[in-house]
Write a protein that binds this ligand. Structure first.
Ligand code: PLP
Length: 408
């Protein structure tokens, strides 16, 4: 007798053996997604607040992206940077409109967006010997060699020596530590507005104002890694606007880094990254100094433009601000008497620090139908789409409560 066909399982086991084991073993194979919901190959459904790690800002398979992908794929997908495309020009202009006067380099990921900022800083400082970059401990800037060299976490660097030289790391939110580390070799300071992978830790407003003053006084570049906290995830296009809004000072309103790295939410699931560079530095990366074959292709830029339009016409940035703040409040109410230690972040970037083993928490939540992403040693990230259904937030809290009843 023939055995029952097990094509699906056999295929996936063989396929799994073919994957480089760079990621922690994964417990689910997902086959379908709609909004905040995903389905695995066995037909189980889950509320997905991992959001593709802060990428799926409009949820899974949003109709607006289905439409633009289909239409643009009929017109023009990729031409390389030997040519202009309307979509790339329009997307560059859209970023300049929302950030400030400057120029945009397009790439395909967050690590590459940071790489361009690092190259910018090196090129600015190379003649004067001001090539060192100060970045923060506990930061994360991507997995390329420059990215891990900039990153302030030993675990991502282990075994990859020799790293790119020229990085100094200081404690985050400590202005005097930065001041004490600045030397005649320093060329730039690189920070995340909200440390994402490090556990959702926001820069203090006074720290940001202090950094801007310090960098201006010493003639240093202020490089902003907005890969995770940008793209309206925190309620404003870039997170510094939100982080600084309570100060209500002229300095806060005028705050602008010299370069900004973007990716993740930008394409809402389609790969695209970008580096905005302030106007006075527009010519630093001139012809032949940098490039990317795919970077900013018409398909990616058409998607990114549609994402901006969808968010802004529906005011999803205001929606996620409200939803996220309510979620944060609800989680804070559950603090202390449960296994929840602290709740941080804003909008669609909320970190819940917990007691006990992170993978046990994630496993328990998954069993009850909720997917959350890990961050740092002991933090779970809630990364709902910006257009999250309030009902899904309510359901996620119900799931959390059933898990808290027998805290992992
Ligand atoms: C995710 C992330 C990166 C790296 O982005 P990739 O697209 O994975 O290369 C860089 N910086 C920050 C702050 C990130 O969160």
């Amino acid at each position: 007798m023939l055995e029952k066909p097990t094509v699906m399982m056999t295929d996936s086991e063989a396929a799994i053996r073919a994957l480089a084991p760079t990621y922690a073993p994964r417990s689910l194979t997902l086959v379908k997604g709609v909004g905040s919901r995903v389905w695995d190959e066995k037909g189980n459904s889950y509320l997905d607040f991992t959001g593709g790690v802060a990428v799926n800002s409009l949820g899974h398979c949003p109709p607006v992206l289905q439409k633009v992908l289909t239409e643009q794929s009929r017109r023009l997908m990729h031409v390389s940077n030997l040519f202009h495309s309307h979509e790339q020009n329009q997307m560059a202009a859209a970023l300049v409109d929302r950030i400030g006067p400057g120029v945009v380099f397009f790439c395909n990921s967050g690590a590459e967006a940071n790489e361009a900022m690092i190259k910018l800083a090196r090129r600015v400082g190379t003649e004067s010997g001001k090539t060192e970059i100060i970045s923060a401990r506990n930061s994360f800037h991507g997995r390329t060699l420059a990215g891990i060299s900039a990153t302030g976490q030993d675990k991502v660097k282990a075994g990859f020596d020799p790293l790119l030289p020229g990085f100094r790391h200081v404690p985050f939110n400590d202005l005097s530590a930065v001041e004490a580390t600045i030397s005649e070799k320093t060329g730039a300071i690189l920070i995340e507005g909200i440390q994402g992978e490090g556990g959702i830790i926001a820069a203090e407003p006074e720290y940001l104002i202090g950094l801007r003053k310090l960098t201006t006084r010493h003639g240093l570049l202020l490089l902003w890694d907005g890969v995770q906290c940008g793209g309206y995830r925190c309620g404003t296009f870039q997170s510094y606007t939100r982080l600084l809004e309570d100060l209500q000072t002229v300095e806060a309103a005028a705050f602008l880094p010299d370069a900004i790295a973007m990716a993740k939410s930008m394409g809402a699931g389609f790969p695209i990254g970008a580096t905005w560079i302030t106007e006075p530095l527009r010519d630093v990366l001139g012809p032949g100094t940098h490039g990317s074959t795919y970077g900013g292709n018409p398909l990616a830029c058409a998607v990114a433009l549609a994402v901006l339009e969808e968010i802004e016409t529906n005011h999803w940035q205001d929606h996620i601000r409200k939803m996220g703040d309510e979620l944060k409040f609800s989680l804070q109410q559950r603090e202390s008497e449960t296994g929840i230690k602290a709740v941080r972040g804003c909008g669609g970037l909320i970190g819940m620090e917990v007691h006990g083993d992170l993978s046990r928490w994630r496993e328990q939540l998954m069993k009850h139908g909720l997917l959350l992403a890990p961050a740092g040693q002991n933090t779970l990230r809630w990364l709902p789409p910006l257009n999250v259904d309030p009902d899904d937030i309510r359901k996620s809290l119900e799931i959390l409560d059933s898990v808290l009843e027998n805290a992992p």
